[in-house]
Design a protein around this ligand. Sequence first.
Ligand code: MG
Ligand code: ZN
Length: 170
Amino acid sequence: MKAVFLDRDGVLTRERLDYVKTPNELEILPGIGPALRALRERGFRLVIVTNQSVVGRGLATHEDLGRIHEKLQSELKRMGCCVDAIYYCPHLPEEGCNCRKPQPGLLLKAAKDLGIDVKESWMIGDKEIDLEAAKRAGCRGVRVETNVGDLQQAVSSILTIEKETGNAMI
Ligand SMILES: [Mg+2]
Ligand SMILES: [Zn+2]
């Protein structure tokens, strides 16, 4: 099983400097639906891996984050797609956990839980830490611009490389 790991803030939803603390503050970026559907059609599982120190900072609870992610999933469903799972790191940077990207913990846990082969998988992120986490986990990474949303180009490059290496699942 192969997957595309997706960063959340700045990639699927609008990154806010004051963090997304409530479902109301969650804004889905435009143009992500077709790109995510294209990945699904090619047999990729979709897994969000996101740093959410908003919890560690006491600005939102795990329950708040649960509600935010319920809204995210229902918006994605409206676009005809969904993600298989959402993994987040609630810790502060200084806690030194092994799940906050650039650590690969979230990706490796998701891979173990869902039976994902990281070597066949990709990460789409908007920050260097996303690409670093991908590298440490053993998968490939594609960077997109923060808060632009249109993932079509990133998805096209993934699917082109898949085709060239004969990994495309039709
Ligand atoms: Mg981000
Ligand atoms: Zn963590």
